[in-house]
Design a protein around this ligand. Structure first.
Ligand code: NAI
Length: 460
């Protein structure tokens, strides 16, 4: 399962060989490690406005070396750009060229992060569904705002050395220093976002807590993870347990042995349950009530593939994928929202997939189910907000796991290189993103889908 090519091209001889043959040279990504979680070097804040001031203020409090002028920096770890005040496309250029002047000083594992407002009515994958202010209806303003999306996505493709570019979109009516703007900034600076590139995260409201302990962001919360016996689900359970949560791991009886091993390793509770069971929601709630008296966090991770070209598809393959990947999520979420068991700030994260965003040959059933997840999340957001909570989706791209190990070798080699970071992600990358979305730092982010795909270059 491991991508040994990344190690090879980061060794002396392998590096030389890859250069000579013009082969891809994926970098070792800067991943989250407790205590050492910021890029190396200064952080340059470009642009003037409330977002720039708030970002600078927050980063000074994190003891970062914050600079406000491009001429002042030598070794650059990150560049934060305040684009919230854009009124016409012409405004994009000045700051873009200031960024250009420091790009060669950017260290490996660096970060470029824009803070801007969403253009109205355009599905950037993140901005859709948020109400636009009157100012944003001006075509020149909307043009400038959407210009940021093309800019960031192109910068992200030009970066090397594990550096990423991403954007924070602050919905109209939400202040540029809202707690989750600071939370999203912290996430994008961190190694927790190592495999998130070329993406936008919309802060939809003022809720959230910017003082969350970053090493224990879900401390004391009760969390359920479905499909946790192996792969991404097992890693989500591990990461949440290390981040302070009391976890209940769920998987089918056939995976009972692996599930019990994980529960023993993490000292957490296990529940053998098929998520398509009509009473699955109630069974999860009953166990949470019995063990902890509440349920705060739910991760709908269980998922299956039954890949076939549509011409060869049969009813069984179609129905089973829809049943596990989306119907079970809908049913369990409904049960959870109807119960009075959820804590004060319930949070749900659903596993979607880039196949659900861009489609994928041979995966009509799977892509339909994962796109359906994205739709369900957007529609459930206002319902859970009434209860003080949030629901978001994470759409992984190519992740090194048992699921992708089944892909024939040649196709697997190609698939894992087809993104800006030129490598597959690790289950840890998905788990870290989910942990952030479950934390109170993300309390003002609701109804969004965030791709963890290294900026997959295929399709949308
Ligand atoms: P995996 O196949 O390694 O693990 C899935 C787990 O879900 C297994 O432990 C399985 O027993 C469990 N499961 C399946 N049906 C279940 C049911 N009816 N009830 C309870 N548990 C059930 O898959 P992987 O790679 O860890 O994927 C996890 C999630 O991430 C899935 O939703 C998948 O669609 C999604 N995903 C994975 C990607 C990847 O590259 N591996 C890419 C995009 C999305």
């Amino acid at each position: 399962m491991a991508d040994t090519y990344v190690d090879l091209v980061n060794s002396g001889l392998g590096k030389q060989l890859a250069s000579k043959l013009g082969l891809p040279k994926p970098a070792k990504l800067r991943r989250y490690r407790p205590g050492s979680d910021f890029p190396e070097g200064s952080v340059l804040v470009l642009g003037k406005g409330q977002a720039a001031d708030a970002a600078a203020h927050a980063m000074l409090a994190w003891n970062l070396d914050v600079r406000r002028h491009a001429q002042e920096v030598d070794r650059v770890g990150a560049v934060i750009i305040d684009y919230t005040g854009l009124t016409s496309p012409r405004d994009l250029g000045k700051v873009a060229l200031e960024l250009a002047s420091v790009l060669r000083k950017l260290r490996a594992g660096g970060r470029i992060i824009t803070i801007s407002r969403p253009a109205p009515g355009i599905g950037t994958g993140a901005a859709s569904g948020t109400p636009a202010g009157a100012e944003a209806q001006d075509p020149a303003v909307a043009a400038a705002r959407q210009g940021v999306v093309g800019f960031v996505r192109s910068v992200a493709q030009e970066m090397r050395g594990g550096t990423t570019a991403n954007g924070i979109l602050v919905a109209d009516g939400v202040s540029a220093d809202a707690p989750s703007v600071v939370g999203a900034l912290r996430f994008f600076l961190s190694g927790r976002s190592a495999f998130v590139a070329g993406q936008f995260l919309t802060v939809t409201d003022e809720r959230g807590d910017s003082t969350v302990d970053w090493d224990q962001p879900v401390a004391g919360k009760v969390a359920v993870v479905t499909g946790a016996a192996r792969g991404i689900g097992a890693q989500i359970a591990r990461t949440l347990a290390h981040a302070g949560a009391k976890v209940i791991v769920v998987d089918v009886p056939a995976a009972g042995e692996a599930l019990a091993r994980l529960a023993n390793e993490l000292h957490v509770s296990a529940l053998q349950l098929d998520v398509t069971d009509p009473g699955a929601g109630e069974k999860i709630l009953d166990l949470a009530a019995e063990r902890y008296g509440t349920l705060d966090l739910l991760v709908h991770n269980a998922g299956i593939t039954r890949d076939k070209m549509l011409a060869n598809m049969d009813q069984g393959k179609w129905d089973s994928v829809i049943a596990v990947n989306v119907e079970s999520q809908l049913r369990i979420t409904r049960a959870v929202l109807a119960s009075d068991m959820m804590g004060e700030r319930p949070r749900i994260v659903c596993l979607a997939s880039t196949s659900g965003v861009a489609g994928n040959r041979g995966q009509t059933n799977y892509a339909a189910s994962k796109a359906a997840v994205i739709g369900a999340v957007a529609a459930t957001a206002p319902l859970i907000a009434e209860k003080g909570g949030t629901i978001n989706a994470v759409a992984p791209g190519f992740i090194e796991s048992e699921m992708t190990a089944k892909i024939p070798a040649a196709r697997r080699q190609i698939s894992r290189r087809l993104n800006s970071l030129q490598q597959g992600g690790l289950p840890e990358d998905v788990a870290q993103t989910i942990t952030f979305l479950l934390s109170d730092a993300a309390g003002g982010i609701n109804g969004q889908t965030l791709r963890v795909c290294g900026q997959n270059l295929v399709g949308a």
